[in-house]
Design a binder for this molecule. Structure first.
Ligand code: ATP
Ligand code: MG
Length: 357
C-alpha cells in the first residue's frame, strides 16, 4: 500500500501543506521542532483514527483553528482510495471515497501504517499494556475477526467486572458470565499464540539483517491458561483459583487483558540484559515484522520510522537503510540523514517542500 498524496489543513503546526509521495524511501529532514513528526503523525492517523503521540485529538488541531483536516490518496495495486479526516472540538469524521466510516473495523481494512517512534525503544521495559497493545493493533490489522473477538471479550469483561462490583454477586450469574468470558478468551488466546508463532518465523531474520550477525530473537507469549486441547478446563481452574481474590478486589484479575509477552535475544531476556541499541533494534524488528506476514504485497503496510537512526552506530544505520529498500514505501524522519536514492522533503519554518524530484 502506498500513500500518493497528502493534504493537511490546520494540522498541528501546518496551516496548509500539500505533498505527493513516491514508492520507496521518503526522508523528511529538518531541525528540531520544525514539524517532521507532525507529517508522519498525520499519515499514521489514517490507519487508526488515533495519534501515536496523543490520546487527545484536540491537540492535533492547529492553535487558534476550529478544525483540522487530513486528505490522502492511498493506492493498493490498481485500486485507489481517497481518505478524508476532519477533526473538530465535537469529534472526528472519517470517510473513504465520500462514504462515512463509522467503525474501527471498517477503517482497519482501509489503510495500514506501522510506526516506530522513539518511546518504542522502551517497549520491553514498559508495562505489559504497551506490549498487549502492539499485539492487538497489529493482529487486528491482519484479521478483522480478531478485532471482533477482542471487542466481544472486552464487553464480556465489563459485564463480569460490573457483577463483581455488586455487594453480593449472584453465584450462578457469575458462573455464566465467566463461562462466556472463557469462551471468547480462548479465541483471543489462540489467535495471539498463532500470531506470535508467525512473528517468530521472521523476527530473527530481521534482527540478523540489521545487526549484521546471526542472531536468535524470539517472543515468548504468556497466556493466562495453558493453550493445549483442554484450554477451557485450564481456564476454568485458573478462574476458580482467582475467584476469591476477584470477589475481594471486585475486578477480574486474570485473562487476555492481563497477559504479556517477553522478548529474548540469543536466549537472554532483552528487558533485563539488552543494551540500549539492542532494545532499539529489537523493538524496531518487532514493529516491522507484521509487514512480512501479509502475503498480498499490495496490502502490506506503509512504514513510518520517526527518528529511528539516533543511537544506532553507522554500520547499523547503513544496514538498516539498505534493508528499508525492500519495503513498498517508507517514511523516515531525521535531523541529518543523507540517503541516496530517496525522495527528500525538507521542513523549514513550518513549511515542507520536496528537495529533489
Ligand atoms: N496543535 C498545534 N498547533 C500549532 N503548533 C503545534 C501544534 N502541535 C504541535 N505544534 C508545533 O509543532 C512543532 C513540533 O513539530 P514536530 O513534533 O513535528 O517536530 P519535529 O520536527 O519532529 O522535531 P524533533 O526533531 O524535535 O522531533 C512544535 O513547534 C510545536 O509547537
Ligand atoms: Mg520529531
Amino acid at each position: 500500500m502506498i500513500i500518493r498524496n497528502l493534504v493537511l489543513r490546520n494540522f498541528r503546526s501546518y496551516d496548509f501543506a500539500e505533498l505527493s509521495f513516491d514508492k520507496g524511501l521518503n526522508v523528511i529532514v529538518g531541525e528540531n521542532a520544525e514539524g517532521k513528526t507532525n507529517i508522519v503523525e498525520a499519515i499514521h492517523y489514517l490507519s487508526l483514527a488515533r495519534s501515536f503521540r496523543t490520546a487527545e485529538d484536540a491537540n492535533l488541531i492547529r492553535e487558534k483553528s476550529d478544525f483540522a483536516a487530513i486528505e490522502a490518496e492511498v493506492s493498493e495495486g490498481s485500486t485507489k482510495k481517497k481518505i478524508n479526516v476532519v477533526l473538530t472540538s465535537s469529534g472526528k469524521k472519517v470517510s473513504c471515497n465520500g462514504k462515512a466510516i463509522n467503525r474501527l473495523s471498517e477503517l482497519s481494512e482501509l489503510v495500514n501504517v506501522v510506526v516506530f517512534e522513539p518511546p518504542r525503544v522502551l517497549l520491553f521495559k514498559e508495562s505489559p499494556k504497551a506490549r498487549r497493545d502492539f499485539l492487538d493493533i497489529s493482529l487486528s490489522k491482519q484479521s478483522s475477526i480478531y478485532l471482533e473477538y477482542v471487542t466481544k471479550y472486552e464487553r464480556a469483561l465489563r459485564e463480569r467486572n460490573e457483577l463483581l462490583k455488586l455487594d453480593k454477586p449472584n453465584e450462578v450469574q457469575l458462573e455464566i458470565v465467566t463461562d462466556l468470558l472463557i469462551e471468547v478468551a480462548e479465541k483471543v488466546v489462540r489467535y495471539r499464540e498463532m500470531y506470535v508463532e508467525q512473528i517468530n518465523q521472521v523476527l530473527s531474520k530481521i534482527v540478523t539483517t540489521i545487526k549484521g550477525e546471526q542472531e536468535n530473537a524470539r517472543i515468548r507469549y504468556q497466556p493466562f491458561a495453558r493453550p493445549d486441547a483442554s484450554f477451557k478446563k485450564n481456564a476454568k481452574s485458573a478462574f476458580s483459583k482467582a475467584l476469591e481474590s476477584d470477589l475481594r478486589k471486585k475486578v477480574t484479575s486474570i485473562g487476555p487483558h492481563r497477559e504479556d509477552f517477553k522478548m529474548s535475544l540469543n536466549g537472554k531476556d532483552v528487558a533485563r540484559y539488552g543494551s540500549q541499541g539492542e532494545n532499539r533494534i529489537l523493538a524496531l524488528a518487532l514493529t516491522l515484522s507484521p509487514y512480512f506476514l501479509i502475503e498480498d504485497k499490495n496490502k502490506r503496510p506503509i512504514v513510518v520510522l520517526d527518528d529511528v537512526m539516533s543511537e544506532l552506530d553507522d554500520e547499523n544505520q547503513e544496514r538498516l537503510i539498505s534493508f528499508l529498500t525492500k519495503f513498498e514505501q517508507v517514511f523516515i524522519t531525521s535531523t541529518s540523514l543523507e540517503v541516496k536514492n530517496a525522495s527528500v522533503y525538507e521542513v523549514k519554518n513550518h513549511k515542507i517542500a520536496r528537495r529533489n524530484s
